[in-house]
Design a protein. Structure first.
Length: 326
């Protein structure tokens, strides 16, 4: 946070130091305190080491206690904040600063919302496949569980470079936090699962890269997860579709060794639809089915009311899927 203040205010940051305080435990637990001076205005930064959910009523009471103790302006410090959390703080005129370069200090007349330099300076529009895979993995994982970043990369089958970019994307939109302990880096998310889903929805992509048709594949079915309308018919009141449909990662050797057909020209052959996915559906799959959020995403721009009603049912599976995955 000191570096961010120096970047914004330059030499006008006249002092910045960590201080010890004597306050009740509920006001100091998981917190660090810093004293800063900018433009000859002294204030106290109360840095939260972790954050569950922002309770504005409680925060206001705590800030009042800090004001009474320090007799100075109070600025709350965070590692990162979701857009809804930032909005709530601003609407309640609560000063804050976060390490992913978000700052609101009204008593200094400052409102700065710029993400980190280089790639972070360009807001993301849509998730990459790796970012989406990580986001869904975090939703289905145990709440607040800290996971080694390198281990996560191995579990979901992406490279060190891809996990770094994915973590960056999720931190930028405020749904994931990163913490370094010694030489290891841990990632975690303290938001409720439905709140995470709401935050990431605008960035979600259709996982399907391509759809092909193959003949009956009884011997291969253990490699595949039910997807598309076929999966939807198994999880809702939707009727049985024309084709069985399955999902498989685009880099599977299945596609190299399997003959494809044209459904318009090969009408007499019993065919199965296979979706090539941009990420591995088995990372999130369970009980022979693709995960609910990916299934919903695979029907992007679908206007059929029958499908949409069935997808509403599937959305109710998200919490249940978390239990099955853990």
């Amino acid at each position: 946070m000191e570096m961010l203040l120096k970047k914004i205010y330059g030499s006008q940051l006249q002092s910045y130091s960590k201080i010890k305080v004597s306050l009740p435990m509920y006001l100091t637990e998981e917190k660090e305190f810093y004293e800063a001076t900018i433009f000859d205005v002294k204030f106290i930064i109360v840095k939260n080491k972790s954050i569950e959910r922002l309770n504005i009523v409680v925060l206001k009471k705590h800030i009042q206690k800090y004001n009474e103790h320090f007799n100075e302006n109070i600025v709350l410090g965070f590692q990162t904040l979701a857009s809804s959390q930032r909005r709530a703080l601003v609407e309640n005129n609560i000063s804050y600063i976060s390490e992913n370069e978000q700052l609101f200090i009204p008593f200094l007349g400052s409102y700065f919302t710029k993400c980190q330099e280089n790639q972070m300076s360009k807001p993301i529009d849509k998730f990459s496949p790796s970012s989406q895979l990580l986001a869904l993995y975090m939703i289905y994982s145990e709440k607040s569980k800290r996971i080694n970043k390198s281990e996560v990369a191995k579990r979901i089958g992406i490279s060190a470079m891809s996990i770094t970019r994915a973590v960056r994307d999720l931190a930028q939109i405020g749904v994931l936090q990163e913490e370094k302990v010694g030489n290891e880096v841990f990632i975690y998310c303290d938001m409720e699962k439905q709140d995470i889903y709401k935050e990431i929805t605008p960035y979600l992509i259709n996982p399907i890269q391509e759809i092909i048709y193959v003949s009956q594949i009884e011997s291969e079915k253990e490699l595949l997860l039910k997807a598309g309308e076929y999966s939807l018919s198994k999880r809702s009141m939707l009727g049985y579709p024309k084709y069985e449909e399955y999902a498989l990662a685009k880099n599977s050797d299945f596609f190299e060794r399997t003959e494809t057909f044209n459904p318009d020209l090969d009408a007499n052959v019993k065919l199965v639809r296979i979706q090539k996915w941009k990420y591995n559906p088995w990372v999130l799959g369970h009980d022979g089915m693709v995960d609910p959020i990916s299934l919903i995403c695979s029907f992007k721009n679908e206007e059929d009311e029958r499908i949409q009603m069935s997808l509403d049912e599937v959305q109710g599976e998200i919490d249940k899927w978390q239990i099955m995955m853990n």
